[in-house]
Design a protein around this ligand. Structure first.
Ligand SMILES: O=c1ccn([C@@H]2O[C@H](COP(=O)(O)O)[C@@H](O)[C@H]2O)c(=O)[nH]1
Length: 589
């Protein structure tokens, strides 16, 4: 863990079930390689994960089974360690590559900006040359304009100890907001490609499908059907992500998918037993395969527990060195530099919106009205719209650092506007953005305005609960009682996941708390007349929302196009929040 990270408290634990093939999985780490410095439950860093993996690989060798390490993308955007350097990722690509990873793929965050796409192609792909898979993603070479696969389309390998033949595929969901030096092929079309049809006829002992794909999205289902039609009994292990939740989905008795949360809070564990090795010429034979899963809270006590080691025996030399690399990078970037002191916690979805503890209420009532202003139009009534997905993380009471600004909002979107929109038209926009529906084309689903945890309808984040109190504070106020006798233990708050395999997936047994739905967008009304409505307003919006704003205005009776849009404030939300905190929370903690 990083210097200054809070120490975790022991929780009652569920063990890891080992099988013939075992997997460790990360996804949507978004640059959190230093772990969580304000939450003890997730405070282990990438160096600790490397130590853990080394121990688990040794254990696998001792048991004569296999262990594969997977990462399913969105490694960038969301943490000062990645976002605050120039160029972005100056330190994180080198830190990430220290882990030995058997299969990895691209997420949508590696594709939003052309620079990020190019860095992925020139740094991460060669760093993991044999193991990086890009089944439906191409890169446009800047020198030639040629469209080439971002990486190999699939891999074939034999596992080290059990000698299983594996065919591995690596997908990104049908993402269409990628920069124009990348091409995402629809999954449905990829499945018809000749190479794919050949891959699914390789007759391996196991198909490994990794993807930056939410488990309840259509893409894994499409892939499952096509592989299963050709291979009636071959086990298929899916590793997904994107929705930022812990989840396991059953496709059939021999095909399961796991998603391992977000922000390096979770290390996913999947194990498979009962795989039948095919002899040459064998057709697929029915087998009784069992899949197990565990969501490991990423903290040192848990990692000691699962590796059977302790503070002295756990850190490996390699792991220790990577922990030092991270600390050095954090220092070089001055990530602990304090801009101010947050007087209270402000939650993304652990508090109701609107409320005094909602981060969106704070932005809507204080930050936006006080910050989003253009001098020459300061007296003009205005409405400013922000999508809730622009906010990625909570604010904890206490020091608000340079790092905090990027944890909350790492994006480079700025503020645009359309001047002098009739109020009668502009006032209908927010409701349309929040209700979604047929106003927007299918590729413009309004759910992509909100936080990823709400992407799946009816899949309430309240079922994926986290603590009511910041975990650090729980540690200070309570001691853990042993799980014995009549006494109910005081459980540390944390994830209490329900998935297709039941309610026993999390390694640490936690007490749950409530999560709340947040709207797709929020709106501030600024410089409005004291009485009555203005005739016209400046309609301001963070530029990510623009593709939805234009059809919403059309539907409301305003015939606007992208040509009517101008820059309002040429600063990112990250810059805006930083300036506001310096001005308003300037006292020391
Ligand atoms: O520039 C951006 C990019 C993304 N968002 C929001 O993030 C989600 C996607 O999150 P994942 O981490 O990829 O799951 C997107 O739907 C937007 O809500 C943004 O606001 N600005």
């Amino acid at each position: 863990a990083q210097p200054g990270a809070p120490a975790p408290v022991a929780a009652p634990m569920r063990e890891l079930d080992w099988g013939q093939i075992n997997f460790l999985h990360t996804t949507d780490t978004h640059g959190w390689l230093g772990g969580h410095l304000q939450e003890a439950q997730y405070s282990a860093d990438w160096g600790d994960y490397i130590s853990f993996t080394e121990h688990m690989r040794r254990k696998a060798d001792e048991k004569g089974v296999d262990l594969l390490v997977i990462d399913t993308g969105d490694r960038v955007e969301g943490n000062g360690l990645y976002d605050s350097s120039d160029p972005k990722g100056k330190y994180t690509y080198d830190i990430f590559r220290e882990q030995s990873i058997d299969a990895l793929c691209t997420g949508n965050h590696e594709l939003y900006l052309a620079d990020t796409v190019a860095r992925e192609h020139s740094i991460t792909v060669p760093n993991f040359k044999k193991n990086y898979i890009a089944s439906n993603l191409d890169y446009i070479e800047p020198e030639t304009g040629n469209q080439i696969p971002q990486a190999q389309r699939y891999t074939k390998f034999k596992t080290k100890n059990q000698g299983y033949n594996v065919v591995a595929l690596g997908f990104i969901f049908d993402f269409d907001r990628n920069a124009n030096n990348s091409v995402v092929q629809l999954v449905e079309d990829t499945l018809k490609e000749e190479w794919f049809q050949k891959a699914i006829r390789e007759k391996p002992d196991l198909f490994l499908v990794i993807g930056h794909v939410g488990l309840r999205m259509k893409e894994f289902e499409q892939i499952f059907k096509v592989i299963r039609d050709e291979n009636w009994y071959t086990p298929i292990a899916f590793f997904g992500g994107h929705a930022h939740v812990r989840d396991t989905r059953k496709f059939d008795d021999q095909a399961f998918a796991i998603a391992s949360g977000r922000y390096f809070e979770t290390i996913g564990w999947m194990s498979i037993d009962g795989i039948k090795k095919k002899n040459k010429g064998d057709v697929s034979a029915e087998a009784s395969v069992s899949f197990k899963r565990r969501y490991i809270d990423n903290n040192l006590l848990g990692l000691y527990h699962h590796s059977g080691l302790n503070e002295t025996t756990f850190p490996t030399e390699h792991g220790r060195n990577v922990t030092k690399m991270i600390a050095k990078a954090r220092n070089a970037l001055d990530l602990d530099y304090t801009y101010g002191c947050a007087p209270q916690d402000l939650w993304v979805n652990r508090a109701e919106y609107p409320s005094n503890t909602s981060i969106f209420t704070w932005l809507e009532k204080e930050v936006i009205p006080q910050s989003i202003v253009r001098e020459e139009r300061a007296n003009q009534s205005r409405m400013a719209i922000l999508n809730t997905g622009a906010i990625r993380f909570d604010i904890f009471a206490g020091a608000f650092t340079k790092d905090s600004t990027f944890l909350i909002s790492p994006f480079t979107s700025k503020f645009n506007y359309i001047p002098d929109v009739p109020f009668a038209v502009a006032s209908k926009v927010l409701q349309l953005l929040n209700s979604g529906g047929p106003v927007f084309s299918s590729s413009l689903d309004a759910k992509y305005l909100t936080i990823p945890e709400q992407f799946v309808p009816g899949f309430s984040p309240s079922e994926r609960s986290v603590t009511e109190e910041p975990l650090v504070r729980i540690l200070e106020s309570e001691s853990q009682k042993p799980l014995s006798g009549e006494q109910e233990p005081d459980l540390v708050g944390g994830y209490t996941t329900k998935d297709d395999l039941g309610e026993d997936g999390d390694d640490a047994i936690h007490s749950p708390i409530k999560f709340y739905q947040v709207p797709n967008c929020v709106e501030s009304r600024i410089a409005f007349p004291e009485e009555g409505d203005p005739e016209t307003v400046d309609l301001i919006f963070i530029d990510y929302v623009q593709p939805w704003i234009i059809p919403a205005l059309k539907f409301s009776g305003g015939d606007y196009s992208n040509d009517d849009v101008e820059v309002y404030v040429d600063r990112t939300l990250t810059d805006v929040i930083e300036a506001w905190v310096k001005e308003n929370w300037s006292e020391n903690c």
